[in-house]
Design a protein. Structure first.
Lengths: 682, 199
């Protein structure tokens, strides 16, 4: 039995020894090996490797250590770095590992100069980790009860090796598990932090070449908390129009820490935030009343909090919430003015009362209606007329007289202070003096001298002059102590350059009104857009009467200072004549007769001029009476000669007759002799 | 302890006291929350009255205001060391009962246990400041002294846990008061050192 088991065991052993791979390294036996295998080296250090040949290999034919060749990545290492230690061992030395690369191979020049590879190693060159610096930690509050702590540090220079970082922390009597960063090497988050105990925190960096530790940070995590902002913020309108109350929930209990707050607010649509003085919110609270707000205005609020003693970080600003203050009475009456139309008849006025809507910060609410009261001051018995209007104008038919108009704007809380306008029967009080304008950059300055000290207000009307449409009046009221205002075209239309505005100023007194003084003004002048079209009205021999139309307001672009007439003949010099801008006719004199003249006109403003189209005309050959003067005498002379000739001829008619009409005997009566009997002479 | 205390020691004492007070406050808040969760999870009646459990130190004491600073510290330290052991046992029982099923309660218990350890450490530091030796744990604990208590039934374990947590909440309140007394300036400690001389 024993021998049978023996045989089985032997058989097994035989099978195993045939089938199992050789212990010394595979089916192919290597000729040698390198020490050290897979080293990790510090950059810049020196390194020596040994290639050790196997005894068995040497038998293959004259292989000695002296034939060993070292190569880095198929680049030959210079022979100066080799050293033969003995017959089977060769070493290579590198003074600076920065010249090393992977792989480093030990090769041999065998028979027939064939290079054969014996062994190779991977060389990893890198650096030991640098001491991590700038370790800083913060505890973010993520929900009501979770407070993860995140620490960040500067990992230092790149090591070229696989370096592990671990965040370590402990109490004096308790060690906690290390925090291992995921995917990064410069931060780590600890899930839950314990407060009120001084914790020591530091970072360890480890790699194959060494270890480094940062300076430890010792802190109580309660001092580095960034809390969640206050939640469920709500805004409620108070009883007063200038107050709003803010309520919120703190998600940190007093047991953990007490908070202080910053509250900021702004008007909806505005970009500037106003802040409640931090001293007022420096203690724990869940509500606050903000005062000094504008009535009927929508505000946006936001709050943030941090630990009351200032340790830690401010939370983010909470979600913004809005609230509107309640309405209040309007603070001012609307400015009111009038345009009186007397075109129907001078005794019957059509009065257009116009006023401006209050600005939101004066209206303090929604204006529901305007209430007009018109009182006839010239007749005490006349009843007071009241009108409720919802738009900003009203037209009345009034008889000529003195009236007092009171206007009140009313919102849901109450009426505004009244605005009073006195419409006197005639504007008899003193008007302003020296009304003048001055363009200043993009604004038109209008100035005047006050007539006396009793002016309450001034009304300034302005309108854009146009040849095609009516002048639409815009107006503004300024207080009586102002001597000039920058008219920049407030409200809707700006004052545009190159356009003519008619500006009228009225002084208003307590008991009357001065007459309006007007002035035309340009913000900026330009050359006219068209030149005047000149024509001749009458052309003579040596003079021509030129005529033109004034340019329209739109074409002028400025005050026309003068007209210039330029005329010339075809080959002559141009003559220039300057004409007063009020004229529309001019007579050119001393012209050469019967010549073609070309004339054009130029209109000039302070900023340039423009020429109109050319006009040609020919002067007459003859003067006005010349032809008559020649023809009539000639005709007369002719007539005289004819007459004289006739007379002369009449006188000498016989002679003429004899010559012209000689007597020619009548042949029928012609006879040769006449026989007559002798007649006694009795 | 010398009548004149160095300023840095006084500052350190004040810092330890204030942080201890905050820690005790938070601990109490956490224990109250834990109690609610424990009662619900263990299926107990919140109003159940638990008789004084063996091994759980009582917070109520007669003539509390006559105690010296050192006495307060020693009593507190003994109590919290006891609680540390009791809570560790509770945690163990909890894991046995539920495995990892209720990690929430286990985590909350572990957090309270950490706070108890931290508070015990605060007390030891305060004692060191008073130049008192810290009594060894063996002298106060029952671990090596009397034999370990008999294994309780499941229901008895739950009731015991309830008792432990309730008493811990009371102790937290008492510790805050003790620390506030300690934080008051020297005359109290001067008198304490006078009394402390006599054993």
């Amino acid at each position: 039995m024993f021998s049978r088991w023996n045989w089985v065991a032997c058989g097994f052993y035989l099978v195993l020894s045939i089938c199992s791979p050789d212990a010394s390294g595979g089916l192919v036996q290597s000729c040698g090996h390198i020490i050290p295998e897979s080293p990790v080296l510090a950059l810049g250090s020196n390194f020596t490797a040994l290639c050790i040949l196997n005894e068995s290999c040497l038998d293959f034919g004259n292989i000695y250590a002296s034939q060993i060749i070292w190569k880095i990545k198929n680049r030959l290492v210079p022979k100066e770095q080799y050293r033969e230690i003995n017959r089977t061992v060769s070493s290579v030395t590198f003074n600076d590992t920065s010249s090393l690369a992977t792989p480093l191979t030990c090769n041999i020049l065998a028979d027939g100069q064939i290079e054969q590879n014996i062994y190779g190693i991977t060389v990893t060159v890198g650096l030991a980790p640098e001491k991590p610096k700038n370790l800083s930690c913060i505890v973010h509050q993520e929900s009501r009860f979770t407070y993860p702590m995140t620490c960040t540090w500067n990992p230092g220079r790149h090591t070229f090796l696989d370096t592990q970082f671990r965040l370590r922390y402990r109490w004096p009597e308790q060690i906690f598990p290390d925090c291992i960063p995921k995917d990064v090497n410069n931060s780590c988050t600890i899930d839950d932090t314990q407060f009120f105990v001084n914790t020591e925190i530091w970072v360890e960096a480890t790699n194959a070449l060494g270890k480094a530790e940062s300076d430890p940070l010792v802190l109580d995590p309660i001092d580095i908390v960034k809390p969640l902002p206050p939640q469920n913020v709500s805004v409620t309108s108070g009883l007063l129009p200038t107050v709003l109350q803010l309520c919120w929930e703190n998600w940190i209990t007093d047991a953990v820490m007490t908070l202080k707050f910053n509250i900021r607010y702004r008007v909806v649509g505005d970009t500037n935030w106003m802040e409640v003085p931090p001293e007022d919110t420096a203690s724990p609270r869940t509500s606050f009343s903000i005062q000094g707000l504008r009535p009927y205005t929508e505000y946006v609020f936001s709050i943030r909090c941090m630990k009351e003693d200032g340790a830690g970080y401010w939370s983010d600003w909470s979600e913004e919430k809005t609230g509107i203050t309640i309405e209040d009475q309007p603070s001012k009456g609307p400015p009111i003015w009038r345009i009186i139309d007397t075109s129907q008849s001078p005794a019957c006025w059509t009065v257009h009362l116009i006023w401006k809507a209050l600005k939101p910060y004066e209206a303090n609410g929604v204006i529901l209606q305007y209430e007009l009261t018109v009182r006839d001051k010239s007749s005490l018995s006349s009843p007071v007329k009241k009108y409720n209007v919802t738009n900003t104008n009203h037209t009345l038919e009034l008889r000529e007289g003195t009236y007092e108009v009171t206007l009140i704007a009313r919102n849901s809380v109450g009426p505004s202070p009244p605005s009073v306008l006195l419409i006197p029967a005639s504007n008899s009080k003193a008007p302003v003096k020296n009304l003048r304008t001055l363009p200043k950059h993009d604004k038109l300055w209008v100035g005047w001298t006050a007539p006396n000290n009793y002016v309450l207000k001034y009304v300034i009307e302005w309108c854009l002059m146009s040849s095609s449409s009516d002048c639409i009046i815009e107006w503004q009221i300024v207080l009586g102590d102002v001597q000039g205002i920058d008219l920049k075209g407030i409200y809707f239309k700006g004052i545009k350059p190159f356009k003519c505005y008619l500006i009228t100023v009225y002084p208003l007194y307590a008991d009357g009104q001065g007459s309006g003084q007007s002035v035309k003004a340009y913000l900026k002048q330009d050359r006219p857009s068209k030149g005047p079209t000149v024509q001749t009205k009458k052309v003579g021999k040596a003079e021509a009467v030129l005529t033109w139309n004034h340019l329209t307001v739109e074409e002028q672009n400025g005050f026309i200072r003068n007209y210039t007439i330029l005329y010339k003949t075809i080959d002559g010099n141009e003559t220039v004549v300057t004409v007063d801008p009020s004229k529309t006719e001019y007579t050119l004199s001393s012209l050469t007769s019967d010549t073609l003249y070309t004339v054009r006109m130029m209109a000039s403003t302070d900023n340039g001029s423009r020429t109109g189209p050319d006009f040609t005309f020919t002067t007459q050959k003859f003067g006005k009476g010349e032809i008559e003067a020649i023809v009539v005498p000639v005709c007369l002379a002719f007539l005289l000669i004819v007459l004289l000739g006739v007379l002369f001829c009449f006188n000498k008619r016989d002679l003429i007759k004899k010559h012209i009409w000689p007597i020619v005997p009548d042949p029928s009566k012609s006879n040769i002799a006449q026989w007559s009997p002798q007649v006694p002479a009795k | 302890m010398a009548a004149a205390e160095s300023p840095s020691a006084a500052l350190r004492r004040r810092d330890l006291c204030s942080r201890g007070i905050r820690l005790a406050g938070k601990m109490r808040a956490d224990v109250v929350d834990l109690l609610d969760a424990y009662v619900e999870q263990q299926g107990l009646d919140a109003s159940a009255s638990v008789a004084a459990v063996e091994g759980v130190p009582l917070a109520a004491v007669e003539r509390w205001d006559e105690q010296t600073g050192t006495q307060r510290l020693l009593e507190n330290l003994a109590a919290y060391r006891a609680f540390r052991a009791l809570l560790a046992q509770m945690l163990e029982e909890q894991r046995e009962q539920l495995g990892e099923a209720d990690a929430g309660l286990g985590r909350a218990l572990a957090a309270v246990l950490l706070q108890v350890s931290a508070f015990a450490y605060h007390l030891e530091e305060l004692l060191r400041l008073e130049s008192r030796g810290i009594p060894g744990e063996e002298g106060d604990e029952e671990e090596d002294g009397p034999p370990p208590p008999p294994r309780l039934s499941l229901f008895e374990q739950k009731l015991r846990g309830l008792g432990v947590l309730r008493e811990l909440a009371q102790w937290a309140v008492r510790s805050v008061r003790d620390l506030r007394q300690l934080a008051k300036p020297s005359p109290a400690t001067g008198a304490a050192s006078g009394l402390a001389e006599s054993p």
